[in-house]
Design a protein around this ligand. Structure first.
Ligand code: URA
Length: 209
């Protein structure tokens, strides 16, 4: 299996990610940094979205410019995916947003879907499926299957931190979906947390325990 994984390397992203990995970083900085990293990543991830030339009229003259060929649909996997969404939406303000709620059974570590609301026209859109932590890959793979069942075709998976186990599972189930991450960490622990990782991304973003 050849995994289509891109690690987005940038000194700003690396420095911000290092800060939010630290146990000493509080919720306020965690939120701001997650938003900024997500925005910087999205800038790179969307670089090759197809666009076409259009003519517009300025107050003074006509001019040629461009527009995206397809609409963009962003789908955060709740809860933590909404943190990355909040960073990205600023640079794609026209995007439609769907939500998928996945809960992890703490005993089996397998996902169950508790919510799914996806916008119309997903089959014609460029879809960003978003979840900060690609840990076992089970939630992400199940969410990607749901998106495909609803007609999604041009899907990109966006995470902050991945690990080899998650990449293997996700890319094994969905070899057609490219994965974008800011880091590939070492491994999973026995509770399926990414090591070194950053802990529970949802708890750290929402300041819960
Ligand atoms: N989910 C998280 O929030 N963190 C991990 O390390 C793994 C899954």
């Amino acid at each position: 299996m050849s995994a289509d994984v891109t690690v987005i390397e940038h000194p700003l992203i690396d420095a911000l990610l290092t800060q939010i990995r630290s146990v000493d970083t509080g919720c306020h900085t965690f939120r701001i940094n997650l938003h900024t990293i997500s925005r910087l990543m999205a800038f790179e991830i969307t670089r090759d979205l197809p666009s076409r030339e259009i003519e517009i009229t300025t107050p003074l003259a006509t001019a040629s410019g461009s527009e995206l060929v397809r609409s963009v649909v962003m789908i955060p996997i709740m809860r933590a995916g909404t943190g990355m969404l909040n960073g990205i939406i600023d640079i794609i303000p026209d995007a439609k947003v769907g939500h998928i709620g996945m809960a992890r059974d703490e005993a089996t570590c397998l996902p169950t879907t508790y919510y799914c609301k996806l916008p119309e026209g997903i089959n014609e859109a460029d879809v960003l499926l978003i979840d900060p932590m690609l840990a076992t890959g089970h939630s992400a793979a199940a969410a990607a299957s749901l998106v495909k069942e609803h007609g999604g075709r041009n899907i990109r998976f966006v995470c902050l931190v991945a690990c080899p186990e998650g990449i293997e599972h996700f890319c094994g189930e969905h070899p057609d979906i490219p994965v974008y991450t800011a880091s590939i960490d070492k491994e999973l622990d026995e509770k399926s947390y990414i090591i070194p990782g950053l802990g529970d991304a949802g708890d750290r973003y929402f300041d819960t325990e």
